[in-house]
Design a binder for this molecule. Structure first.
Ligand SMILES: Cc1cc2nc3c(=O)[nH]c(=O)nc-3n(C[C@H](O)[C@H](O)[C@H](O)COP(=O)(O)OP(=O)(O)OC[C@H]3O[C@@H](n4cnc5c(N)ncnc54)[C@H](O)[C@@H]3O)c2cc1C
Length: 421
């Protein structure tokens, strides 16, 4: 359920095991429209692509370190380390090419592999309900009910339902009602600027380094991501920014930023191109007043900014109905973006679920690792967000938070509460 990165990751991992899968995506259009934004490709995301991607092209851009600027734009701290960044749309099109052979300008479609399962991708399938039913083979199964945007309805039988339907998951609401998705009190203003359109001094500072700036209530970062159709050549890449600012719940500022150019109040995401001109003009002014000049230039130059209200949601469990329903990715735990772990969670959840089905890991290990990741990184995201948005801490504390968040998953030691089931 859900045809974004989590659903595709699960589909690909199960297909490679020989299982027949069907993805039901509610979006009425055949392709999900990207928000033109970047993702930090963590180890699990890269491992996932190494394992399942058969398209021959770069998946990510490698940055050589992190750096922090002061208000005047001087570099005040540097850390040497490799980090990979990519774009949501490149990840999506690569997964689609490998899953259901979707052709695009991003990559060649790889040929079929003997032994892989059947992969069916459907759109305009809004899943409205699931019900347990006995299967013909006596193993039990689930009936999945869907509706189209034109009101047509249908259902299909599944042995296992994977709920990869995002942070407001319908599947989670059915199997685990009362799991609340809560606004955290701040938003991320996001967007991109074509690298070639940035001034030379700005390009020179932001080039191939993740760059950050902190001040109380404000955090902004930039990194390079693939450009149009996945282009990775210098100049054709995008400078991606994520600019966090506080918009108190119920405040006039929040209403202003989340009310689109047609006067409609958006709940969580203001899509690219829909932000009201006056609200964005105000944010451009604030960016110039608050941010180092390089960041102000990138934010003010963005052609199609969008806004993401930051929320918290965590399902207490990931496996329901005796294993017939499994939640993964954002449906299991919607992390704050500071963790840079949402796509990695979806990739990891899919890989370890496939390993469990293949008998390579025990049920206990599957549960412990999946729940540990979800609960522990969820908590980390809340802590990082509270530190950066609501406390006045020295830069060293933010650097420390970010270094902890870069720790490889294999080195994490989950506390007992995080792995209890
Ligand atoms: C269109 C889109 C663009 C995104 N762009 C970015 C980006 O640029 N940068 C970034 O960091 N993150 C982005 N994200 C979020 C990112 O994909 C996730 O944080 C992460 O990869 C985990 O993905 P997920 O598949 O678990 O959840 P999500 O990406 O939230 O996907 C959930 C999917 O389930 C579908 N769905 C929801 N309810 C139903 C239902 N009842 N029936 C059927 N389908 C349903 C949704 O339409 C959606 O496609 C984007 C998500 C989407 C949907």
């Amino acid at each position: 359920m859900g045809g974004s990165l989590g659903g595709l990751a699960a589909g690909l991992a199960l297909k490679a095991l020989g299982h027949d899968t069907t993805i039901l995506e509610r979006n009425p259009k055949p392709l999900l429209q990207d928000q033109g934004a970047g993702i930090v490709a963590g180890d699990d995301t890269l491992d996932f692509f190494a394992r399942y991607n058969r398209c021959d092209r770069p998946v990510a851009i490698i940055s050589h370190g992190r750096q922090y600027l002061d208000r005047e734009g001087n570099i005040v701290h540097r850390e040497e380390m490799e980090q990979s960044t990519t774009s949501w749309d490149l990840a999506y099109y690569l997964m689609r090419a490998n899953y259901d052979g979707l052709k695009s300008a991003y990559c060649e479609v790889p040929g079929p592999v003997a032994g892989h399962g059947k992969a069916v991708h459907t759109h305009d399938r809004n899943v409205t309900d699931i019900k347990e039913e006995p299967s013909n083979h006596g193993t039990g199964g689930v009936r999945v009910f869907w509706q189209t945007s034109k009101g047509e309805a249908g259902s299909l039988h599944a042995d296992i339902v994977v709920g990869a339907d995002g942070p407001s998951s319908t599947i989670r609401n059915i199997v685990q009602p009362n799991t609340e998705r809560r606004y955290a009190g701040y938003c991320a203003l996001r967007g991109t600027l074509l690298e070639a359109s940035a001034s030379e001094p700005t390009r020179a500072v932001l080039r191939e380094r993740l760059t950050f700036f902190h001040r109380p209530g404000v955090q902004v970062l930039t990194y390079l991501i693939p450009g149009e159709d996945g282009a990775v050549a210098p100049g054709k890449r995008y400078i991606n920014f994520v600019y966090y600012a506080n918009f108190p719940p119920g405040s006039a500022e929040l209403e202003e930023i989340m009310t689109d150019r047609d006067g409609r109040r958006r709940a969580i995401t203001m899509p690219p191109g829909m932000i009201s001109a006056s609200a964005w003009e105000k944010q451009r002014g604030l960016a110039r007043a608050r941010l180092p000049p390089q960041f102000a230039e990138v934010v003010c130059g963005a052609a199609k900014p969008f806004v993401q209200a930051i929320t918290d949601v965590l399902s207490p469990e990931h496996e329901y109905w005796g294993g017939k329903v499994v939640l993964l990715g954002d449906a299991l735990a919607g992390f704050r973006p500071h963790t840079v772990a949402s796509t990695s969670q979806a990739a990891f959840d899919a890989m370890i679920f496939a390993d469990y089905l293949a008998g390579k890991v025990s049920r206990e290990e599957w549960k412990r690792e999946t729940l540990g990741f979800a609960r522990w990184i969820h908590k980390r995201g809340v802590d990082m967000g509270e530190h950066s948005q609501f406390m006045d801490l020295p830069l060293e504390d933010h650097i420390h938070d970010r270094n902890v968040a870069s720790r490889p998953r294999q080195e994490e030691v989950y506390p007992e509460w995080a792995t209890k089931f």
